[in-house]
Ligand binder design. Structure first.
Ligand code: NAD
Length: 473
């Protein structure tokens, strides 16, 4: 059955419901309103929590095989509707259609792959009089709080591990991008029993309502470090389990022995894809002084050719940034280039346009203390920095409260490993950046997060640890 993408509902207990008051998002390419969506109240959340708690009683006792079947149907439903969802994703998020299709495909891959993992059940002791087993049991009702940069992949990346491990889940999309997530809820309603997967759209007050709610047992939050702190403080009151996937300011260190022509296309894409609105992409680029000038000139030449425009236009690589708040932040940061006397090698200003468009900007060797280096831009403003001493560049790379991702690029793998081993981040790549799979745990160090998602380790984050003692009479 195909999806209608013109009307939008909450999904509570597998029923499509609406609310008295509604709200809407904005198409960032045109600044025109998108359709109305529900504006959930505390009562809507109460109903969803009650349904989630009721469903948990049965769902937590279903077999992994049964859950795999439901998840496989969910993956099939996304696959059948991937074109229309990609179109909707571009309309609400702004990213080019090709990148929207890529996000849908990632979500489908996560839904198909995570359920192939198995959680360990260890026999710790098996003696004549006693058997001790350690195992993982589901937690209860989960709350998924999702950001606006990857609304589909990050929602599915929470739904799948939660329900696969026997939990029920209530998804709260970002108010900026509720559309695809509401449709995911409709697809889920066709695949799971009532109350297992629910989606509520709301305003800024719905997230705090969820973190405060006594009937929610775990929060899986993806968003900024500032909000993450608030989420953790709120969850502390009821000792909710919490996983936090937060912001990053990833360094990438390019050594003097790299093949410049081969790495430039990757460096460009990994810094500017999704208009640089990815948590774990290159946000500070350190290039060895011996190759700096050639590297900068070639990177500028390459990035200059990225076509900017509405995500629906053929060949566009840089869509608009997602919302007015992000656009305002980027305008402010762009302004610091002039006020701090920095030198843009590309871009550096924002022309008037219909949408929230920010031209790709590369800042030529700014001071380490400048705002463009210290702050997570989350917009296409990249500082390119010179380095000469290995210890010094590692210290600069680590000198941030973030620790999400980091990379070293070199043809000498021993050197690269030596440097990579000193980087303080949850994800460290050699000759790559921004790579993830459903099988690999993903999380941040320092202010980039607590806990991780995906892989077996991520599945355990959706579980309680339980030790079972069986004494034989
Ligand atoms: P945000 O923190 O503003 O919002 C994230 C979500 O939290 C939204 O759904 C929002 O409605 C909700 N929210 C806001 N205040 C809340 C509160 N007090 N209590 C509960 N929920 C609340 O983040 P954003 O602007 O949507 O996303 C951008 C940020 O997310 C960037 O910093 C980026 O690096 C980070 N991010 C991290 C990852 C990761 O996996 N580590 C992935 C994507 C984005």
């Amino acid at each position: 059955m195909t999806l209608d993408i013109t009307t939008f509902f909450n999904v509570i207990n597998n029923e499509l419901t609406t609310t008295v008051a509604t709200r809407h998002g904005i198409n960032p390419a045109t600044r025109q309103p998108n359709p109305e969506v529900p504006l959930s109240t505390a009562e809507d959340l109460d109903r969803a929590v009650a349904a989630g708690r009721q469903a948990f009683k049965k769902w937590s006792r279903t077999s992994y095989e049964e859950r795999r079947k439901a998840l496989s149907a969910f993956a099939d439903a996304m696959e059948e509707n991937k074109d229309v969802l990609a179109q909707l994703l571009t309309q609400e998020q702004g990213k080019p259609l090709t990148q929207a299709a890529f996000e849908l495909q990632a979500a489908i891959t996560w839904a198909r792959t995570l359920p192939t993992l198995t959680l360990p059940e260890d026999v710790i002791e098996d003696k004549e009089d006693c058997k001790i087993i350690h195992r993982y049991t589901p937690i209860g009702v989960g709350g998924a709080i999702v950001p606006w940069n990857f609304p589909v992949h990050l929602a599915v990346g929470k739904i799948v591990p939660a329900v696969y491990t026997g939990n029920t889940i209530i998804v709260k999309p970002s108010p900026f991008t509720p559309y695809c997530d509401l449709k995911l809820g409709e697809l889920a309603a066709r695949c799971f029993p009532p109350g297992v997967v629910q989606v509520l759209s709301g305003g800024d007050d719905l997230g705090p309502m969820m973190t405060e709610h006594p009937g929610v047992d775990k929060i899986s939050f993806t968003g900024s470090s500032a909000t993450g702190r608030r989420v953790m403080a709120s969850c502390a009151k009821s000792l909710k389990r919490v996983t936090l996937e937060l912001g990053g300011n990833d360094p990438a260190i390019f050594c003097d022995d790299v093949d410049i022509d081969a790495v430039i296309p990757k460096a460009g894409m990994l810094s500017f894809m999704c208009s640089s609105q990815i948590c774990m992409m290159i946000k500070r680029m350190y290039v060895h002084e011996k190759i700096y000038d050639e590297f900068r000139d070639k990177l500028v030449e390459h990035v200059k050719n990225f076509k900017m425009g509405a995500g629906t236009e053929e060949g566009v690589f840089l869509g608009p940034v997602q919302n007015s708040m992000q656009f305002g932040k980027a305008q402010n940061l762009m302004g610091s280039i002039a006020t701090e006397g920095l030198n843009p090698a590309l871009g550096g200003s924002i022309p008037d346009s219909e949408g929230y468009f920010i031209p790709a900007t590369i800042v030529d060797n700014p001071a380490e203390t400048s705002r463009v280096v210290q702050e997570e831009a989350f917009a296409p403003i990249l500082p390119l920095l010179k380095w000469s001493d290995e210890d010094d560049v590692i210290a600069r790379a680590n000198k941030t409260e973030s620790g999400l991702g980091a990379s070293v690029w070199s043809n000498d793998l021993d050197r690269a490993r030596r440097m990579a081993d000193q980087l303080e981040a949850g994800n460290v790549w050699v000759n790559a950046h921004c790579e993830v799979t459903p099988m690999t745990p993903f999380g941040g160090h320092k202010a980039s997060g607590i806990g991780c998602e995906w892989g077996v380790k991520g599945l355990t984050g959706w579980c309680n640890s339980q030790t079972l003692w069986v004494k034989k009479p």
